[in-house]
Design a protein around this ligand. Structure first.
Ligand SMILES: NC(=O)c1ccc[n+]([C@@H]2O[C@H](COP(=O)([O-])OP(=O)(O)OC[C@H]3O[C@@H](n4cnc5c(N)ncnc54)[C@H](OP(=O)(O)O)[C@@H]3O)[C@@H](O)[C@H]2O)c1
Length: 360
């Protein structure tokens, strides 16, 4: 496989640190640039991150002494040194939209973890196992931006990565009419640890700004169709959510209730989960889990601490499938929010794009 030089915009942040950890030994991608705000620029990566390193593994030695660049002021030199960038920054939405478009217009593809462009109609929001066909919209986006190579592709919010994968194969075969999902989201989703957010120890906060809207709307774009150079959102299912912050370091859990156009048997559901394979599995992408959906028969699984790291944190765990009195079925899902839900999902998307020639 061809090798690509890559940059990480927002390398010093929580998601950026995950990217650095995942990419340091990547078989296709070679980290050439680490970039962040002017506060970090000019320092070594080790100095810029300082006590903020939040990963359980040490900072990769080969990146620790790289000099961090300013992602705005140094854009021209960054673009000259890389084939594409990953982007995960904490800035105002309009600033992120403008930043990502500037890189794309400079012919540098952007794989974004930010929400700013998720509803731009010609920007694909892709979960590689679910809607890889949405990458075809990139041709229309390039025409709008006036670019030959440059484009923006985004991954979805971390909250939906636990339940949309489990719902997808069921939707294909039996049709979904309504979904209710309550999410129990880890503190790393807010870029925090228990050290930096001690108020979360022995606590629960029943509000995460903007999260319920994302959790209800983003699945409809992921399940949307391409029409006249835009991705048009699916009309069904009707989705309602409640999103809670819970005292868990990593791993978002979702309690899901679902009704179907044609109610399947429990065995049919389990079989669909067992057999579900997407493009990443067929293409054997380096970060793809071999088994995307793992079903646990034990009543007390999946558990965040036990199951979030399954298949490198890239698999989705499901359990407790049973019939419900108000909906057809209910079950519980778990996915690692900063791996599958953030940086790992971004790396997998980049692998899919590389395998399909979008960086050439
Ligand atoms: N945490 C998650 O699980 C998760 C999941 C999915 C998506 N996301 C999204 O990913 C993005 C980053 O989240 P995070 O948790 O990694 O945030 P974070 O830990 O606060 O990191 C923010 C990064 O942005 C940089 N930055 C902040 N202000 C900047 C500015 N004015 N100019 C240039 N760079 C600036 C910071 O650089 P300095 O260090 O130099 O300040 C740092 O590298 C957000 O859009 C978030 O919504 C997060």
């Amino acid at each position: 496989m061809k090798q690509y030089n890559v940059g990480i915009l927002g390398a010093t942040g929580m998601v950026g640190q995950r990217f650095a950890t995942l990419l340091a030994e990547h078989p296709w991608f070679n980290v050439k640039v680490l970039a962040a705000s002017p506060r970090s620029a000019g320092k070594t990566y080790r100095e810029a991150v300082g006590s903020r390193w939040a990963m359980t593994v040490p900072m990769p030695e080969k990146l620790a002494d790289m000099i961090v660049r300013d992602l705005n002021a140094d854009m021209d030199s960054i673009v000259a040194d890389v084939d594409f960038v990953f982007c995960a920054v904490d800035m105002k939405k309009d600033e992120i939209r403008a930043l990502e478009e500037r890189y794309a217009k400079a012919e540098c593809p952007v794989i974004s973890n930010n929400s700013a462009h998720r509803f731009t109609p010609d920007v694909p929001m892709v979960v590689p196992e679910i809607n890889p066909e949405h990458l075809e919209i990139i041709a229309a986006q390039r025409a709008r931006l006036g670019t030959k190579r440059g484009f923006i592709a985004v991954k979805s919010n971390c909250s939906i990565q636990s339940y949309v994968p489990a719902l997808h194969p069921l939707k294909e075969k039996f049709g979904l009419t309504k979904v209710l999902a309550c999410t129990y989201q880890a503190i790393s989703g807010a870029g925090k640890t228990f050290e930096t957010w001690p108020e979360m120890v022995d606590n629960l906060i029943p509000f995460i700004g903007g999260e319920e809207e994302k959790s209800e709307q983003e699945p409809l774009k992921v399940w949307g169709t391409i029409e006249n150079g835009e991705i048009v959102k699916a009309q069904t299912p009707s989705i309602t959510t409640q999103c809670l912050r819970v005292p868990v370091s990593d791993g978002h859990t979702a309690a899901v209730f679902v009704s179907f156009e044609k109610k399947p048997t429990k065995e049919e559901i389990l079989q669909l989960w067992e057999e579900f394979k997407g493009e990443p599995q067929k293409l054997e992408l380096p970060s793809a889990p071999k088994q995307f959906i793992h079903y646990f028969t034990e009543d007390n699984r999946p558990q965040a601490r036990l199951d979030r790291n399954l298949e490198g944190g890239m698999a989705v765990s499901v359990g407790r499938l049973r019939e419900d009195t108000q909906y057809d079925y209910k079950f519980v899902c778990l996915s690692h929010n900063t791996l599958r839900g953030a940086a790992g999902g971004g790396v997998l998307l980049a692998e899919l794009l590389a395998a399909k020639g979008y960086f050439d």
